[in-house]
Design a protein around this ligand. Structure first.
Ligand code: NAP
Length: 305
């Protein structure tokens, strides 16, 4: 047998990949666990986690990830920091080219997650890091006593807006419809905050400022009226896009690039499974990512029998 041939390669060390690694370790699969940047994934951008059963509170996300990681390591699967560049068929399975080398395995679990979507308005790119941000946990301290806008009406936007009230003077949630998409419990919290304001039926047209954010040009979609509002920060939370560029054309995805799987996480090629935020599904949460990861590892184990 080829000693370089592994049973399984797991790509991505967020909650889905870490859970897949824990299960793969317990199944005693010969596993390589690759992660591009750092262990944790998108959840580390969230300041708190309130809806992972049995685990909640400020600072809890890092603690949760540390526990996931330790559990996977204790089961025998540790993370290797290396970026996967391509995935293709090879003798006896699949071959991965990475920044630092090559790997072969009979099966692959893709758990590469997603990243925040850009809004795509004028000024956004130029002012990113100069008042435009996609991560309140990372950047909130730079906005002490500032007036800031949060764009989006989903869980992420509302959760981060609430977090930002600990720093900013006011936080204005700019949402394109009348109803928020976020969970009601988050909406209730936001509505109770004296620092949070809402601008409904409103879209951002341009982020303005010479060297730093100075304002936001908005349009009311009901009246058609436009207005330039003063803000020193703009946080954009308008959804996620999957980190699946390296498998486009190789696996079936939807138009946005989310990998299509069956309920056992099987992707369109035998022996390849996808789990967590990179796959097309109905609910994007840490708890469902973990369920996906466990299911993907169990499917890989069955495939390898
Ligand atoms: P999301 O749920 O897709 O919400 C995106 C929001 O941005 C929506 O309100 C959407 O408006 C708005 N939007 C999208 N494109 C826009 C555009 N071009 N201009 C203006 N507004 C735009 O995304 P998310 O909040 O980033 O969350 C991603 C996933 O993670 C979701 O499934 C979410 O439930 C999950 N998540 C869960 C938690 C939690 O459970 N605590 C926390 C964070 C994220 P419309 O409503 O009109 O479509």
């Amino acid at each position: 047998m080829d000693n370089n041939m592994h049973d399984l390669i797991i790509i991505g060390a967020g909650p889905a990949g870490l859970t897949a690694a824990l299960y793969a370790g317990r199944f005693r699969l010969k596993t390589v666990f690759l992660e591009k940047t750092g262990v944790g994934g998108q959840i580390l951008m969230s300041p708190t986690i309130d809806n992972f059963p049995g685990f909640a509170g400020a600072g809890a996300t890092q603690e949760l990830i540390d526990k996931f990681r330790k559990q996977a390591e204790d089961a025998g699967v540790a993370v290797v920091l290396d970026e996967v560049l391509s995935l293709k068929e090879g003798p006896g399975g699949y071959e991965l080219e990475t920044r630092q080398g090559r790997y072969s395995a009979r099966s692959v679990i893709i758990a590469t997650g997603a990243q925040p979507k850009r809004l795509g308005v004028e000024g956004e790119k130029r002012l990113t890091g100069r008042g435009v941000s996609y991560c309140a946990t990372c950047d909130a301290p730079f906005f002490k006593n500032k007036e800031i806008a949060v764009i989006g009406g989903g869980d992420r936007a509302i959760e981060e807006a609430i977090f930002l009230t600990s720093y900013a003077k006011t936080v204005t949630i700019v949402h394109r419809r009348q109803q928020l998409r976020a969970s009601k419990i988050l909406e209730e919290k936001a509505r109770q905050s004296p620092r949070i304001r809402f601008l409904f039926d409103t879209v951002a047209q341009e982020i303005t400022g010479k060297d730093r954010v100075e304002g936001l040009m908005v349009k009311n979609v009901a009246t058609g009226g436009t207005e330039l509002l003063d803000y020193q920060g703009v946080f954009v939370f308008v959804g996620i896009e999957p980190a699946t560029g390296f498998v486009r054309g190789f696996l079936d995805t939807d138009e946005a690039g989310f990998i299509l799987t069956d309920e056992n996480m099987q992707a369109s090629r035998k022996g390849i499974f996808a789990c967590g935020d990179c796959r097309k599904k109905g609910l994007y949460q840490v708890v469902t990512a973990c369920g996906d990861g466990a299911a993907a590892a169990a499917s890989a184990q069955r495939y390898l029998l």
